[in-house]
Design a binder for this molecule. Sequence first.
Ligand code: ADP
Ligand code: MG
Length: 230
Amino acid sequence: MAHITINNVNKIYPDGTPAVSNLNMEIASGEFLCIIGPSGCGKSSTLRMLAGLEEVSSGQILIDGEDVSNTPARDRDIAMVFENYALYPHLTVRENISMPLVARNTPKGETKSRVADIAARLSIESQLDKKPAKLSGGQRQRVALARAMIRNPRMFIMDEPLGHLEAYLRIELRREIRALHESSGGTTMYITHDQEEAAAISDRIAIMYDGVLQQVGTFEELIDHPVNRM
Ligand code: ADP
Ligand code: MG
């Protein structure tokens, strides 16, 4: 579980491009928060700063009260899923999914049972000995989700993880992501540009526009009290 505090965070890329302006946000422990907004509005930059893949230009990010603004990504205990699956092509599905446990010297028996468990939850048991190239897009994204969710990190970060998939698969997988989030007890930040997906999967939605957070609330709050018509 992780409580996230984002304090006055700004991101200006080295080439001078402003991406995020004066961002303030609190994400409760165990919460599922979606960020929505048009392309280029700063969603990925926000998530990448939280993950530690991108430095903040100014401001602070706190996880459970601890300032992690200068903590390397590998020490933040955050698992990530992106739109492009980023699987290792030369490894089998089983090896891809096991990677985060093997990297942490988890005992073999435990690794085996956790792979079996997550593969069953994501319905990819019969794919475990295949290479990613033999899988469909939907199956590959299940493998990427299994790899991220095989550990119980304190936080999940997902950047349009279902963006490439067909509508019926998106609906099926978002249910599974939500269920895995709940059973893990972690905090999730999830980017989508699909409002319906955001409403279905999240506890609260943050709307960004042009690097600025416009509003945060439940779907009902945003519908009832829009601060800004776009
Ligand atoms: P979103 O995910 O909402 O589409 P991004 O956070 O990727 O938006 O981008 C926000 C702004 O920052 C855009 O203007 C984008 O072009 C710019 N940007 C993103 N990454 C970089 C980078 N590495 N260098 C310079 N500008 C960038
Ligand atoms: Mg993006």
